[in-house]
Design a protein around this ligand. Structure first.
Ligand code: 8YV
Length: 329
């Protein structure tokens, strides 16, 4: 059965102009022009009034927030692919569908991972800081040496869309690819990607030069890279994370970096965004980015278009194309 023709839609953050303009044409929509993340009370007020709610990664949609949902709230159309900030069981208990925006940010996120894979071993951020500080004394045969990436072995944890896009790029740079994923990829896909499945994560960690985290954050992947697993990495290994901060025990990672137990890290995500620990900020052997994975004009517009398509198709009485099911990861 079709839902309201212009469903009451509340969006928690400022979206690209094109997306907001189209939403205004189609829905009875409230935006957040100030773009300040909503407080818990504001989120509760919004879910109490909306038929469709559009959150982002900065909104913690807990069972407590959803307890305030009015019976009219039927669709949570997330702007973003990761839905770890949404209590899916609570949404289901309230009969609320959840959708996300898969596919359209794969290439941008993989580009950012690849940028970190190059930047950290080749010391791009350190070099840039040196130049800007006016401290560069000129070229020298042993100046600012880093590690070559060509010929090295990359271990990818999580071989979904983004992991596979990282593998394709890495092969272009002459990097060997191992991967750990709960499910092995079909042989034909493995062959195309030239990627080698490692059933045992710990064994893979002991064999690689660069580790890239590309799995979703779920209760199963909380602190997947903990102190013990960090201890399996060699001292020349680089750790890259553009997935979710909570997959790595950030304190243990900082210890390993401080002690020189690993060579460096490239991080786009953190355990308590936007807070980053002082110890991590003080390190030279890290590149720290502000959650930029999908931050392209093209990607964010495409994410908005997906949100709109999900709402439209749901409003017409159909199952939205990007419905997230429990056990999604
Ligand atoms: C998004 C992301 O920008 O989509 C995701 O899961 O991590 C980001 O790239 C963000 O989540 C928007 O909600």
């Amino acid at each position: 059965m079709p839902h309201a023709e212009r469903p009451k839609t509340i969006v928690t953050r400022k979206l690209p102009d094109h997306v907001e303009a189209r939403m205004t044409e189609l829905f009875d929509v409230e935006f957040n022009a100030g773009d300040v993340p909503m407080t818990a009370d504001q989120l509760k007020d919004a879910v109490a009034r909306a038929e469709v709610f559009v959150p982002t990664v900065t909104d913690d949609i807990t069972a407590d927030i959803l307890a305030s949902a009015g019976p009219q709230l039927k669709l949570l159309a997330n702007f973003g692919v990761g839905v770890d900030h949404i209590d899916l069981a609570a949404a289901r208990a309230h009969d609320i569908l959840v959708t996300n925006t898969p596919g359209v940010l794969t290439e941008d996120t993989a580009d950012m991972v690849m940028a970190l894979i190059i930047s950290v071993p080749r010391r791009l951020a350190e070099g840039e800081k040196l130049v800007r500080a006016g401290e560069w004394q000129g070229w020298g045969p042993t100046g600012m040496l880093g590690h070559r990436v060509n010929g090295k072995r990359l271990g990818i944890v999580g071989m979904g869309r983004i992991g596979q896009a990282v593998a394709r790029r890495a092969r272009g740079f002459g990097i060997q690819v191992d991967y750990h994923n709960r499910r092995r990829l079909p042989e034909a896909v493995e062959q195309t990607l030239e990627a080698n499945w490692r059933e045992n994560l710990d064994d893979m960690l002991a064999d690689i030069d660069i580790l890239s985290i590309n799995c979703p954050y779920t209760p199963d992947t909380h602190h997947l890279l903990n102190e013990k697993r960090l201890g399996l990495l060699g001292k020349d290994v680089y750790v890259i994370n553009a997935a979710r901060g909570e997959i790595i025990d950030e304190e243990a990672l900082t210890d390993a970096l401080e002690q020189g137990a690993i060579a460096g890290a490239g991080l786009d995500v953190y355990e308590n965004e936007p807070h980053i620990g002082e110890r991590l900020l003080a390190l030279d052997n890290v590149v720290l980015l502000p959650h930029l994975g999908s931050a392209t004009f093209e990607g964010r517009e495409a994410m908005g278009d997906k949100v709109i398509a999900n709402i439209r198709i749901w409003a017409d009485g159909h199952r939205p194309p990007d419905q997230v099911l429990e056990g999604w990861a």
